[in-house]
Design a binder for this molecule. Structure first.
Ligand code: MSP
Length: 508
């Protein structure tokens, strides 16, 4: 089966913050996991360049919008690279392939009779790139960005979203897992049930964007351009190949809760109108909060993901972001919480266990570990059913639950080493058999944990497997099972996986 996962494409009006890295990390964990399961996988991320704020910021810097977008591109591409994201393509909405595709897509909607000309007047939040009703505003401000919207009145091209209410409701009723988590499904469905307003798919009076094919004086509304990226990328990411046959409509979209309506309502309607299948599934996650407020540029409370990666490494940032906030919910994060998890869970629970296990194999068995799987092993019981349990969790995007399930194994292995006390067994020649079994079980348990962690903390997982003399092929998903470790020789004490790092100072 094919698996296709996307992140939203990010606005380039500023440099990235940890909230953007968050969705990319989650998507990468999914992509790596399905690859481990042998699925044909495609992972897409990228940037949304045609926002009005981009034109605005470019003008402030005295640059043409394209020039500005070209200059900031590197900062956005660096995030996936530094967090070890394995995206198969990085889309820019200024790619020629994308722009041509958007024009074709809009023309199809026009030809389907779903476009008409009208006048729009209303409050427009430029950061949301969306009109807001009076009822949505709080004290006259956008509730997401806490800024006063602009009053806009324009002659535009409208999309007949209202005509899709019945089809969308039918879709929601047929597919109860179309949107996850369930409370987001309900939110999207009730929005549809509440009645749908047509929306403008073009903008007049601003040249930055994709020209409307039948009226080149106007450009595509940035959302009508951006959403199409999920489909357009498949048509040109691999020159000479059309990946749509394999990866559409099996796509899974990840998105933050702020852009639920665009993805769960507008996007399926646009697809239906243009004659495409709707996505397989959408997962809506919550916000990372700092001091109880959404991390965002407009609030100025940003954390630069690269600063964290510089100090703690990509794996620690990946681990912490998924572990500290239940995926799907909002949650508070801080540099202190990263430091604390780094020390307590990564360095102590996992790192020490790897150091101790390899050091004991070296010291007590001269680095020679015989294959000693046994039927009555406690580690066998500890990891029984783990592979299936994790796969089920991944299938419903329960990344935090999956990581916790692996951590239960890590904690179980720590209890096991304490209760078996191999250092005592080593003192008694008569207990050599118990010693070998115990060290085998520890090493094999660590192997299972490393395979199960490969999508979350790929560098750490590879280092653990390397310390056990295993190569990259060892991460295939069916290796998440007890007793697969063959006899090993030449095991040496592994260097610390997570070296000590000074605690962050107040200014950090
Ligand atoms: N360009 C649009 C999306 C178009 S997709 C066809 C956009 N861009 S954005 O730069 O504002 O990024 C939005 C996404 O970034 C959110 O949906 C979410 O995935 C991620 N996040 C940005 N800030 C975040 C938090 N504070 N917490 C969690 N995720 C956040 O909207």
């Amino acid at each position: 089966m094919a698996y296709y996962v996307t992140t939203p494409i990010y606005y380039v009006n500023a440099t990235p913050h940890i909230g953007h890295a968050y969705t990319t990390i989650a998507a990468d964990i999914l992509a790596r996991h399905y690859r481990q399961r042998g699925e044909e996988t495609f992972f897409l991320t990228g940037v949304d360049e045609h926002a009005s704020t981009v034109a605005r910021v470019a003008a402030e810097q005295g640059l043409a919008p394209q020039e500005y977008a070209d200059r900031i591109l590197g900062a956005w591409q660096e995030v996936p690279r530094r967090i070890n994201a394995t995206n198969d393509f990085f889309i820019r909405t200024s790619d020629e392939g994308h722009k041509a595709f958007v024009q074709d897509f809009l023309q199809r909607i026009y030809d389907a009779g779903d476009i008409y000309e009208g006048v729009y007047a209303g409050w427009y939040c430029v950061r949301c790139e969306a009109f807001k009703t009076e009822a949505e505003l709080v004290d006259g401000k956008c509730p997401i960005h806490e800024t006063v919207p602009d009053w806009i009145e324009e002659q535009n091209w409208f999309f007949r979203l209202s005509a899709y209410q019945e089809r969308l409701l039918a879709l929601y009723d047929e597919r109860p897992d179309f949107v996850l988590p369930a409370f987001r499904f309900n939110e999207a469905r009730s929005f549809v049930a509440g009645g749908l307003q047509d929306f403008s798919i073009s903008r007049a009076g601003q040249p930055w964007g994709v020209p409307i094919p039948w009226d080149p004086e106007q450009v595509a509304y940035v959302w009508a351009d951006a959403l199409v990226n999920y489909l357009s990328a498949l048509s040109y990411a691999r020159p000479g190949e059309d990946l749509r046959g394999t990866f559409w409509p099996v796509v899974r979209h990840l998105l933050g809760k702020d852009i639920l309506r665009f993805h769960c309502v507008y996007w399926p309607a646009l697809l239906l109108s243009a004659g495409y299948d709707v996505p397989r599934q959408l997962f809506v996650h919550g916000w990372l909060l700092l001091d109880e407020r959404k991390i965002s540029k407009s609030r100025g409370n940003v954390i630069d993901p690269l600063d964290l990666v510089d100090v703690y490494g990509a794996d620690a940032v990946r681990f912490w972001s998924i572990r500290s906030v239940s995926f799907g919910q909002d949650g508070s994060v801080s540099v202190e919480s990263l430091h604390e998890r780094y020390e307590r869970e990564l360095a102590n629970d996992l790192g020490n266990l790897v150091s101790r296990t390899t050091a004991m194999i070296d010291r007590f068995l001269d680095g020679e570990l015989p294959a000693r799987a046994s039927v009555e092993s406690q580690v066998r019981a500890l990891v029984a059913g783990l592979g299936d349990d994790l796969a089920r969790k991944f299938d419903v995007f329960d990344l935090t639950g999956a990581l916790e399930a692996v951590w239960e194994v890590v904690r179980g292995l720590n209890r096991f080493v304490e209760s078996q006390a191999p250092w005592q067994l080593a003192k008694d020649d008569a207990r050599r058999d118990d010693l070998e079994r115990t060290l085998y079980d520890l090493a094999d348990g660590l192997r299972v944990a490393a395979v199960a962690l490969a999508s979350f903390v790929p560098e750490t997982s590879a280092r653990i497997l390397d310390a056990l003399g295993l190569d990259a092929a060892a991460i295939a998903w069916d290796e998440v099972a007890y007793g697969r470790l063959p006899a090993r020789s030449g095991i040496v004490p592994a260097p610390p996986l997570f070296p000590r790092i000074d605690a962050p100072t107040a200014a950090a």
